[in-house]
Design a protein around this ligand. Structure first.
Ligand code: UTP
Length: 297
């Protein structure tokens, strides 16, 4: 029997410079998509996939994120007294079991690979998931759950993958494929942020991973890669060089890059439209806006 994946690392120690000045004092992961912080979407996805231990790799200035997971007894009492049961339930759904969350500090933003490595002692000798909260994925079946199901069949390491137009491939880690058939593809190499003409495929790595402790061992070498950062992609690519299996998984769903302003705005519209209480008003506004834009052209 394969070990179940019950631990997830959430690397949230990045500087979030693309959202300055907001990220001067607000961690990017606390910024709200409609009415829930980005981190809540990530937690819900992890819970749906059976994750029981949530490991946050944080840094200076992220205390709002830690506070977010505290229970709020005064608020709960006030809502209960006021008979606001629906809001009370929304609040309670964010409560985490005592001891389920651990915070580890990354003292310097040396890269995603380094952030994951910082959590090595809490992972021990088990497979684990990594979720980047700024990649938000709208899906009928949550993305990580799709991946844990596929992982039960394959073992090895697995990265979420998405087809990306060639002109934009240079912003991603890119998969070199053994054969490109179906949703689950065997990987024979990975390149971080290649130039479009050097990209081995159009299949990009997205911020969901299932990894083995061997990847942490590879990270021990602290090899600097693209942008002089310690890259997670490089440590996964080393797995292949060492003869272990790595898979790409084409998930079913739509990914929003909420680490970028345009992606965040698109996600806000998409998640707003998906809400019954907002859809009608928002759609009307968008129609008006488009007509005004068209008339002005
Ligand atoms: P990004 O590449 O989006 O970097 O990191 P960033 O610092 O968050 O944002 P910008 O580019 O300055 O606007 C991807 C994920 O990896 C984490 C980030 O917190 C984010 O979840 N990360 C990145 C770390 O935890 N530590 C690092 O050293 C780098």
């Amino acid at each position: 029997m394969r070990n179940k994946v019950t631990k997830a690392i959430f690397p949230v120690a990045g500087l979030g410079t693309r959202f300055l000045p907001a990220t001067k004092s607000v961690p990017k992961e606390i910024m709200t998509l409609v009415d829930r912080p980005l981190i809540q979407y990530a937690i819900d996805e992890a819970r749906a996939a059976g994750i029981k231990e949530f490991i946050f790799v944080t840094s200076r200035g992220k205390s709002a994120l830690e506070d977010y997971f505290d229970h709020a007894p005064e608020l709960e009492t006030a809502l209960r007294k006021a008979g606001k049961t629906e809001l009370l339930q929304i609040l309670k759904n964010t409560n985490m079991e005592s001891g389920a969350i651990a915070y580890i500090r990354q003292h310097k933003a040396l890269g995603l690979g380094h952030a994951v490595w910082c959590a090595r002692r809490l992972i021990g000798d088990e497979p684990f998931a990594v979720i980047l909260p700024d990649d938000v994925i709208a899906a009928e079946q949550p993305c990580l759950q799709q991946m844990t199901e596929a992982y039960e069949e394959t073992g090895g390491a697995m990265v979420a993958a998405m087809d990306v137009p060639r002109e934009r491939i240079g912003s991603y880690g890119v998969l070199d494929l053994e054969d490109d058939k179906g949703d689950l593809v065997k990987v024979r190499g990975m390149v971080e942020k290649p130039t479009p003409d050097q990209a081995p495929s159009n299949l990009a790595v997205i911020g969901r991973y299932i990894l083995t402790p061997d990847v942490l061992k590879n990270l021990n070498r602290m090899k600097q890669g693209s942008g002089n950062e310690i890259q997670l992609t490089d440590a996964i690519a080393d797995e292949i060089a060492q003869g272990r299996d790595v898979y790409g998984y084409r998930f079913r769903g739509q990914r929003f890059d909420c680490g970028s302003k345009a992606g965040f705005l698109q996600a806000t519209v998409a998640f707003g439209l998906a809400r019954d209480d907002l859809r009608e008003d928002l759609l009307r506004y968008l129609h008006e806006l488009v007509s005004v834009e068209k008339a002005a052209q």
